[in-house]
Design a protein around this ligand. Sequence first.
Ligand SMILES: Cc1ncc(COP(=O)(O)O)c(C=O)c1O
Length: 376
Amino acid sequence: MIPLFDMTRQYENLREEILKAIDDVLLSGKVILGPAVSEFESEFARYLNVKHAIGVANGSDALVIALHSIGIEKGEKVITTPYTFFATASCIVRNGGVPVFVDVDKETYNIDLNQVEDVLKREKIRIVIPVHLFGRSVDFENLLFLKEKYHVKILEDSAQSVGSEGKIGNKILKSGTIGDIGIFSFFPTKNLGAYGDAGMIVTNNDELAEKCRMLRQHGSKKKYYHEMVGYNSRIDSIHAAILSVKLKYLDEWTTRRIEIAKEYQRLFEDYKLPVKYPKVVETGYRNHVYHQYVVEFENEETRNRVKEHLEESGIRTALYYPLPLHLQKCFSEYGYKEGDFPVAESLSKTTLALPIFPELRNEEIKEVVEKIKESL
Ligand SMILES: Cc1ncc(COP(=O)(O)O)c(C=O)c1O
C-alpha cells in the first residue's frame, strides 16, 4: 500500500524528541497557553520573519478570528476563491459576511488576481482572502499592487503553504506575511502538522495582533473582564511543544517535497505521459512547497479511470476538491450556478492528488507513475 500521506514514518524518526516535549509540558503543569505556547509562537514568528504569531485551536478558527479582528459589517462582501477548502469561505459567513467568488488561474490554481481587479473596479469591496493553494504562493507583487491601488485588506489563507516564498522587489518573503494578516493550519497532514487540530494567526499589525490575542480567550485581556465577545480558541500547549520540535525540520522536509515533485516530473517526462503536473522551476526561492501534488488529466473520465486503477493497486489518492464552493448547498442563497467559474469547475473534475510526504520513497513514486502509465 502507498498512502497519500503517512504520519507514522515521520513519528518513528522523531519519537524520542516528541515524547520528551510532551513529558516536559506535563511536568510543567501548564497545559493551557504558558511557556510552550509562547516559545512556539516566537519561533514561528522568527521563522516567517513576522512581528506577531498567535496560536489558536485550528486553521478554521484562525480564519474566523483574523477576519473578526479586521472587522466586517453584517452583509459585507468579501472576495475569495471557489477552489479551496470550505473554511476559507465559511469564515466569511461565520462573521456575518457574504462570499464573492472569483475564478482561479488555470496554471497556478490560485485566485486570478486580474479577475479580482475587475471586480474591485466595479464594486467597493474592502477585504480579499487569497489562498496559497496546495503550497504554491500567490504572486506577492500583484497582491500588493491590489492592496495599494484599491485599499483592500488582505487576509492570506496560508493553511497549506507554510514556508512558501515569493519576491517583492529583490526581497524574498514568506507567504502569510504579505497582507494585513495571515493564517496557518497545523492539521496533522499539513507540511507542519500537529497530532490533532492547531492553527496560527500572524501579522505585523500591533492592533490586529492584540485583538486576535483577546478574541482567542473570550475577548479578554484580564481574566474575567471582557472587552468583546470572543471565542475559546487557544492552541493546546502539548501541540505547541510538538510543533516546536517539528519546526526545526520543516525546511529539510520542504527540500524533500521539492525533490519528490522533481522525481514525479522526471518520470512523467521520461514516459511522455499526457498529464499536466506542477513544474518545478528554479527561481532561487521556494514559490511552491508541494503540500499537495495535484496533477490534471485530459477529462473527468480519464481522471476517474486513473484514480480507480491506483486504488485497485493499493495507491491512495484524493480529490481536491470535488465540488467548488460556489456550488455547495449551504451557499445556494448567494445565487451562483454551474458555469459561473469554468476553471474551478473543470479542475474539480480533472485533477487528482498523488501521494506526497517527505518520507515517500523514490521506488514508491516510480510505482505510482507506472500505474498511471498502465491506466492511460
Ligand atoms: C486552504 C485551507 N484553509 C483553511 C483550512 C482550515 O484549517 P483547519 O483544518 O486547521 O481548521 C484548511 C485545512 O484543511 C485549508 O486547507
